[in-house]
Ligand binder design. Sequence first.
Ligand code: WQD
Length: 341
Amino acid sequence: MPQKILVTGGAGYIGSHTVIELAQEGYEPVIIDNFSNSNPEVIGRLEQILGRPVKCYTGNVEDRQRLREIFEEEKDISGAIHFAAYKAVGESVEKPLAYYNVNLGSTLSLLEVMLEFGAGDLVFSSSCTVYGEPDHLPVTEESPRKPAESPYGNTKQMCEDFIRDTVTGRAPLKGISLRYFNPVGAHPSALIGELPLGVPANLVPFITQTAAGIRKELTVFGSDYNTADGSCIRDYIHVVDLARAHVSALEYLEKQPEEPFYDIFNVGVGRGYTVLEVINAFEKVTGNKLNYSIGDRRTGDIEKIYADTTKSEQVLGWHAKLTLEDALKDAWQWQQTLKNE
Ligand code: WQD
């Protein structure tokens, strides 16, 4: 019988790509999503890619009763991957209570119900944002966490601690926090990808929407940073590689002895690119000249960060295989699919 894994937020950007990789690796993903930041049509797209039905329950993860109904209905859920959360840094500053209620509430609810039903394997969607502006690069998992610069970042740190402390309390839980760097790109089928609501906050969807004529011009937020060309440095990881890291993390948890366990892994490519390098790569890959201008720095942006991925490689046996160019090509193909819909 394939291992049944609850994927919270499984209709979302990273969640949907992870559902594909889980199913293709022989797992049975079961989605719960409230579609507050995702489109129900994604489920049909997943079934199209997989050629088989994908179970999806509508609901809020912070609703313990709804979670219990699903665990009772599905009987043998053995673990969960927890994506469901609000994730816009800027919005979290304006709506901190919404972020604390949903991001913290969903994690506490999931932990409690998993333990009630004996589902012991949890992979949590964390973020490199917990490192703040690192003192040394590349960042390792031992690099200190910095005080969060946003309620969003704070919820990631607090949820990591919820899982760590549950394990320290000897509950029968095995947990991993995956600290994502910058997820970019889309599935090569161009059937699923990023679906930003409104004006994209993130770089790559803004680039593809500018190239598609949806946005007039991209603004590069600052060119006076202490980097080769003055623009910020990030570690951009193809969303399919990121999805595969979740499967590797789950397989690693299943191999651990049945006792409380917690660990943390960086999931990035292990090198940084400046904003201007990303723009140049996009122009090269697509043959599109991008309309952009240099603007002021964006409040809250850190100057540079990229991952040391040694631990993920040596312990999980995972490393990124796809390039920034692959991600930009897939993102552009996805954007063009959207435009034709
Ligand atoms: C990348 C770089 C911008 C838009 C955030 C969250 C992180 C994760 C990913 C959820 C920066 C520059 C951007 C634009 C620009 N979110 N930029 N013009 O801020 O590194 O990370 O999103 O998990 O937790 O912190 O990603 O894509 O917004 O920005 O110049 O129109 O692109 O200044 O240097 P970020 P981003």
